[in-house]
Design a binder for this molecule. Structure first.
Ligand SMILES: [Zn+2]
Ligand SMILES: [Zn+2]
Ligand SMILES: [Zn+2]
Length: 285
């Protein structure tokens, strides 16, 4: 059993639409490694075929599902296609976390009765989306309740925890606590500010690995920062001075200087003992 990081970028990805900043320009070079929008897979190889769950349906999902080809294997009746995953877990309703669902419809992957785990309000929004109505009945909603574990195997659970994050539709935002027999992970790609989540230190301190929101390095990075709150990387590094879990950063905005391997910001993250999230990072569970 393992977790596999499928992406490390903020919703808009890299390069960003309409952007010619240094990071986006570098990302358009042909030899630039893939930086997909944040997503995490949980794979249980003991099952036949392996059970494959995807956390967040990112706009890059078509590439990310291909990373899972060794475990998805062939579609049962169409050998030139991949089998669909066994379930998709949604953290919240912002575009980088749900837009990949469109790739699952009739015009693309054409999934059949795919379990989608989401808050009840988000689940309803997804299936009532008028544009997806022709095929949304193929999504089987599995409503999530905060702090109630979903048992994927007797020794593998995913527990949603509500975290503070701007909430335009009243859907809530979840971080996911993943527990296997040997290791536990917490995946929280979006959070407004750590001090708005009273349980942060307790929950993040009890897991082995925490994969967390690192959208911005500084509050001056984006002129819209006031309207788009996220804990900055230095604030997160400071919190982790008191936490025993391994810190892994994800959900980088295209403006984030840590995307440049030669930057002082990247050196500061590494010196603090944190890991820059990258496509393909893997943790045994
Ligand atoms: Zn996001
Ligand atoms: Zn850019
Ligand atoms: Zn968000």
């Amino acid at each position: 059993m393992f977790a596999l990081l499928l992406g490390n970028m903020q919703d808009g990805g890299l390069p960003h639409a309409g952007c010619v900043c240094g990071n986006c320009t570098a990302a358009r070079r042909p030899d630039f490694p893939p930086h997909y929008v944040t997503s995490l897979a949980v794979v249980d190889e003991r099952q036949t075929p392996p059970a494959v769950y995807v956390l967040d349906a990112s706009p890059d999902i078509k590439h990310q599902l291909h990373l899972l080809a060794p475990w998805l294997g062939a579609h049962p009746s169409q050998p030139h296609r991949l089998r669909q995953p066994d379930g998709i877990f949604l953290t919240h309703g912002h575009m980088g976390h749900v837009d990949g669902l469109a790739q699952l419809g009739k015009e693309a992957m054409n999934v059949q009765q795919l379990p989608v785990y989401a808050s009840p309000v988000l689940g309803e929004l997804v299936v009532e989306n008028g544009l997806w109505r022709p095929w949304a009945h193929q999504l089987v909603l599995r409503p999530l309740t905060a702090a109630k574990p979903i048992t994927l195997a007797p020794d593998l659970t995913i527990t949603p925890h509500l975290v503070p994050h701007r909430d335009e539709w009243g859907t809530g935002t979840f971080g996911f606590e993943i527990r296997g027999p040997h290791r536990s992970l917490f995946y929280v790609p979006d959070i407004d500010h750590w001090n708005q989540w009273p349980a942060a230190e307790e929950i993040l301190g009890r897991v082995d690995v925490a994969i967390v929101d690192a959208t911005f390095y500084s509050t001056t990075e984006l002129h819209r920062q006031i309207a788009i709150p996220h804990a900055t990387i230095p604030e997160t590094l400071q919190l982790w001075q008191n936490l025993p879990s391994q810190l892994v950063l994800t959900h980088f905005n295209h403006t984030n200087p840590v995307l440049d391997p030669t930057s002082a910001a990247r050196a500061a993250v590494t010196a603090a003992g944190a890991t820059i999230g990258a496509v393909g990072l893997r943790w045994e569970l």
